[in-house]
Design a protein around this ligand. Structure first.
Ligand SMILES: [Fe+2]
Ligand SMILES: [Fe+2]
Length: 234
């Protein structure tokens, strides 16, 4: 009888371990696919090399600085990679334009928020839901002057408020077709200056608290493809 109990306990443990491994693999495959989707999106907008990777790293650092639980930090890490996914629905003639955009073209580009949210909408999975929310809200501004909905303050989804800081900072310090590079210190000052107007002041405080980590990420100059290698090396 005792022997039987021991045997069924060991079978149960084996089944549990198998399930745990399978669960881990599904999760890693899921995360891996997110990284690859982000790579696909960067092919569409190669002028922003490394942007998606840095936005993910900055957002993760901010989330950690805000003391969020590890499962939420992971959601932010991967869902933030999807923030500009809607650009796949924007014509190349606008995305690749070297000169200043017309008001009409600007409106067209702003639609990437809505397109991105539609790509991920309707899912029951937290990571996919967060991707939809982030895609839609990462250009909203704390004072209500952002787009596409002109949401104000805490009406802007929390994750969107985090990614807004990460995204803006990266665009500010990076070279783009329409602007030159700005220094790290200028980027920090710009974020500080725009607390309460563009950004949630609590997110800005969290961002400033980890400014050394932000500098490391910027200096590391990694691209999203390196993330895949990192995953493989784990
Ligand atoms: Fe965007
Ligand atoms: Fe972006």
């Amino acid at each position: 009888m005792r022997k039987e109990t021991k045997k069924s306990q060991s079978n149960l443990k084996q089944a549990y371990d198998k399930l745990k491994t399978a669960h881990g693999e599904i999760r890693e495959a899921y995360e891996d696919m997110f990284v690859r989707l982000a790579i696909a999106a960067e092919y569409k907008d190669p002028g922003i090399s490394g942007h998606v990777r840095r936005v993910s790293d900055y957002s993760t650092a901010i989330a950690r600085s805000m003391g969020l639980p590890e499962d939420e930090i992971l959601i932010i890490r991967y869902a933030s990679m999807m923030h500009d996914m809607g650009k796949i629905g924007i014509p190349d003639s606008i995305l690749d334009k070297n000169t200043v955009l017309t008001a009409e073209e600007r409106k067209e580009i702003e639609k990437h928020t809505i397109i991105g949210s539609k790509i991920f909408e309707g899912s029951v999975f937290p990571l996919v839901k967060a991707s939809s929310q982030i895609a839609l809200s990462h250009h909203e501004k704390y004072d209500g002057t952002g787009y596409p909905e002109g949401l104000k303050g805490e009406d802007i989804p929390f994750y969107g408020r985090i990614i807004a800081v990460a995204d803006y900072f990266d665009a500010f310090v990076s070279e783009r077709r329409y602007k030159t590079t700005q220094s790290f210190d200028a980027g920090i000052k710009e974020i500080e200056y725009k607390a309460n107007t563009f950004f949630d002041p609590q997110v800005v405080i969290a961002f400033l608290r980890v400014r050394n980590r932000i500098k490391e990420i910027l200096d590391a100059n990694t691209v999203i493809e390196d993330f895949v290698k990192f995953q493989a090396a784990r």
